[in-house]
Design a protein around this ligand. Structure first.
Ligand SMILES: [Zn+2]
Length: 484
């Protein structure tokens, strides 16, 4: 289909959007791939100068609940996200809108993060694994490119590599999400205003296959480059683009980070990165659009790592709080809080004894990933029992430890560093008896997911939307019209 796209940018005032009779997609149902001609909304609405789009990647409903229960038990206060639901408004009194969102991709009811972010980012469902590229090579312009062209400052913040699927789906076109070295290269050309996360392995000369030093190239291209928390804090707030890369791959899990002084000194939290990004992006007089992703919530769900999951969800919640505070002070900011898909569907399970068991999670220090990655060469059964007791206060039996030993001991040192080889599901199953937290699997799910908004444009949210409809929703919220 030949389609002409254009946008109009209006810097002031509310715009009316009449919806033509052909403006609704004729495709329906879970395999509807959508179109950028699909527009929803009211005939007139307020216009957002800024948009903060927060994604807890792979957040099943149970993840939201477990983190909220943890926060309530630990601090006596609900999570920031659930406080919005409980009160129906932000702490500053802004009313909230809420919906369920359908999350499929073009070829599966169960989406991956690349197709999910592309649905938002490009307005069209693509196949799993693709980034804003259709099955026949069609390219859909990513939303941050549209906003940048309209004069907005734009950026992404994430706790996984900045080249990972969810930020990439807002930024670039790539047939395969796996080519992160190439995505890093794409980012240098885009010169977006603030890109913060992990992923050193895709920028450093000694780790890239082509031996290019993308940090040096970014500096030559005019970026401020930050590699540590201190460097980020010292980065001047001016109109230069900022590239911040703070860890080899993903940023360490929030729980492990919180109990490691060296990491705390060198690696920013998601909330710290968010605070910087909002300050930097808000310096643009025409406003900004930013995606903030808690990417490791998804990784923790794949690993059935309950403590990693809860604490990274709470790290996300801190970033939500930063966004809410910004929006309250600013008054012209649309805040969107959501996830791209469910994952592994964890939950507190069992009508008897679950309260006491859940409370065992309150004083943990480290994740299952930390427990297994830190085992010494030729470790014996007693060592993993001691590590789990130290890290989590849980006592597993010698027989249970033997199950883990039988799985891990034959692995080479290199294979042990690959999480896919480690017995996460077996360990989670052992822990379930002690904590009452169970998992439905170790992969993405087709769940309808939570979508919460506040600020200008949020009043147009309808109770059920499809992920690809978010694209035009955001353009419309910012006063930009796409037509065909
Ligand atoms: Zn995933």
């Amino acid at each position: 289909m030949q389609r002409r796209q254009f946008f109009q940018w209006s810097a002031s005032g509310a715009l009316g959007f009449g919806l033509g009779s052909n403006s609704r997609s004729n495709a329906t149902g879970p395999f509807a791939i959508g179109s950028s001609e699909t527009l929803r909304g009211t005939k007139s609405q307020s216009v957002a100068k800024n948009i903060i789009f927060l994604v807890s990647d792979g957040m099943s409903g149970g993840t939201l609940q477990l983190a909220d229960l943890y926060a309530s038990r630990k601090t006596g206060q609900r999570s920031s996200w659930m406080q919005l639901y409980e009160t129906g408004q932000s702490p500053a009194g802004q009313p909230i809108s809420r919906a369920l969102m359908e999350t499929g991709s073009a070829n599966s009811w169960v989406t991956d993060s690349a197709a999910a972010s592309s649905a938002w980012g490009g307005g069209v469902r693509v196949n799993n694994g693709a980034l804003n590229v259709g099955p026949n090579g069609e390219k859909y312009q990513p939303i941050l490119q549209k906003f940048k062209a309209a004069g907005k400052a734009v950026g992404c913040v994430t706790s996984v590599p900045i080249t990972h699927a969810t930020p990439a789906g807002f930024c670039i076109n790539q047939a395969s999400r796996g080519d992160q070295a190439e995505i890093a290269n794409d980012y240098l050309g885009l010169k977006f205003d603030c890109m913060l996360g992990g992923g050193d392995e895709f920028f450093a000369a000694d780790k890239r296959a082509d031996k290019r030093d993308l940090y040096a190239e970014a500096g030559q291209a005019g970026f401020h480059v930050a590699r540590t928390l201190t460097e980020l804090q010292q980065t001047p707030i001016d109109m230069q683009p900022v590239l911040g890369v703070f860890h080899e791959s993903a940023i360490p899990y929030a729980l492990d980070h919180a109990h490691d002084p060296a990491l705390q000194a060198s690696v920013p939290t998601l909330a710290e990165m968010t605070r910087f990004a909002l300050k930097r992006l808000a310096s643009n007089p025409q406003g900004f659009v930013v995606q903030i992703e808690a990417g490791r919530v998804d990784w923790a769900a794949h690993a059935n790592d309950t403590n990693a999951l809860i604490h990274d969800q709470l790290a996300f919640d801190e970033a939500v709080q930063v966004a809410l505070e910004f929006a309250a002070a600013d008054g012209n900011t649309l805040v969107v809080i959501t996830t791209d898909h469910g994952n592994a569907n964890p939950g507190l399970i069992g009508t008897s004894g679950s309260n006491e068991k859940f409370d065992r999670l309150l004083d943990v220090r480290h994740t299952n990933t930390w427990v297994m990655h830190g085992l010494r060469e030729n470790w014996q059964v007693a060592e993993i029992r001691a590590r789990i007791e130290y890290a989590q206060g849980l006592q597993i039996s010698a027989e249970e430890a033997q199950i883990l030993h039988d799985h891990i001991a034959p692995l080479s040192a290199a294979d042990r560093l690959n999480d896919r080889n480690l017995p996460f599901a077996k360990l989670a199953n052992i822990q379930k008896k002690l904590t009452a937290v169970g998992w439905a699997g170790d992969d993405h799910s087709a769940d309808y997911v939570e979508l919460t908004m506040l600020g200008p444009g949020s009043e147009s949210l309808t109770p059920f939307i499809k992920n690809y409809e978010m694209h035009n929703f955001l353009l419309q919220a910012a006063g930009m019209l796409v037509s065909g």
